[in-house]
Design a protein around this ligand. Structure first.
Ligand code: HEM
Length: 149
């Protein structure tokens, strides 16, 4: 029962993180480019990320904590290969998220506050690239998780 609860938390975290990234990348981004000028679009992203990155901080904490709580009692030596891959990719994803939150996102905010739209656009582009990388890694991580069944 407790293990089911851990998987439930684990998957809720994954849904928030991967679901939020796909919504931003595939739906909000093209719509915002079509409808808004940089002076409206870039502050919209800054405000969207203010909320999303905070939620992802919680999601990453929940995913890593619940994952380790399921993995460690079994032991790394007994864990299937898929779980090792999930752990490794999950940690890489968390590091990429940390870089976006702590380095690129503050740049986006600073440039938006100064109304320097080309520099803000550059920061946003860096975030976009890393979101694409994390989306791809997320899909590989889910495949690794399922391969262990
Ligand atoms: C970072 C550290 C992580 C650890 C230590 C970890 C560990 C685990 C463990 C031990 C399970 C198996 C639970 C069981 O079947 O009893 C599991 C399930 C799962 N994990 Fe992770 N995980 C991590 C990150 C991630 C990430 C980042 C994702 C997705 C992007 C992910 C997606 C999944 C999915 C979809 C399952 C369910 C697989 C299934 O039931 O077939 N995990 N995780």
């Amino acid at each position: 029962m407790f293990r089911q609860f851990l998987i439930y938390l684990h998957l809720l975290g994954v849904i928030v993180w991967i679901g939020g990234m796909s919504f931003a990348y595939f739906f909000l981004r093209p719509a915002a480019i079509e409808v808004l000028e940089p002076a409206q679009r870039l502050p919209l992203w800054a405000e969207t990320f203010a909320r999303f990155l905070r939620a992802v901080a919680v999601a990453v904490g929940v995913i890593v904590a619940s994952g380790l709580a399921m993995l460690l009692p079994i032991g790394l030596h007994k864990a299937p290969l898929g779980w090792h891959i999930m752990l490794a990719l999950g940690l890489v994803m968390a590091a990429i998220y940390g870089y976006v939150h702590l380095v690129l996102y503050p740049r986006l905010r600073t440039h938006c506050a100064a109304a320097s739209w080309p520099a803000a656009g550059q920061a946003l582009n860096g975030i976009r690239r890393l979101v694409a990388v994390n989306l791809a890694l997320g899909l590989c991580t889910i495949a690794a998780a399922i391969s262990a069944r």
